[in-house]
Design a binder for this molecule. Structure first.
Ligand SMILES: [Zn+2]
Length: 149
């Protein structure tokens, strides 16, 4: 029986690999998480976009862009997961409260809606603008909206 020689130990790197960027971008945008229950999902969504910018593009500081459970109206209809609600006077991100307990993973949904806030469009080259349906949801065949079960 031949025992292979153990691989030589790797030399210690002279320079430590860069840690994940945690600082805020100089032009970071403020977010107001209106419903405290959403805090974790919003921070996770911000974190998903951080590698793209190389810094945190959004700062959750209780001012600026509201992220909240939206009113389930024709705009936020029929179990659509989220909505970037824009009027000339305001911009809000709505999460469908009817889907909150059904969908298992919200960070990519938040990242997608934050992308809309940045002016990104479906299917452009920005991250999360082609959104795979997270667990508990599916792409509705008629209009490809992502809806919860
Ligand atoms: Zn969208």
């Amino acid at each position: 029986m031949i025992t292979p020689a153990p691989p030589p130990p790797k030399p210690l790197p002279a320079v430590q690999p860069p840690t994940a960027p945690s600082g805020f971008c100089l032009d970071a945008l403020s977010i107001h998480v209106v419903d405290a229950e959403l805090m974790g999902a919003v921070q996770a969504g911000v974190d998903l976009l951080t590698p793209y910018f190389g810094c945190q593009k959004f700062r959750i500081d209780g001012t600026g862009l509201p992220v909240k459970f939206g009113p389930v109206t024709p705009l936020l209809n029929a179990r659509v997961l989220g909505y970037a609600h824009s009027t000339p006077a305001s911009y809000e991100i709505w999460i469908n409260p009817d889907c909150w307990g059904v969908v298992g993973e919200w960070s990519s949904v938040v990242a997608h809606e934050l992308g809309h806030y940045l002016g990104w469009q479906h299917g452009d080259d920005h991250p999360y603008m082609w959104l795979a349906a997270p667990p508990g949801s599916y792409a509705q065949p008629s209009d490809f909206a992502i809806v919860c079960y």
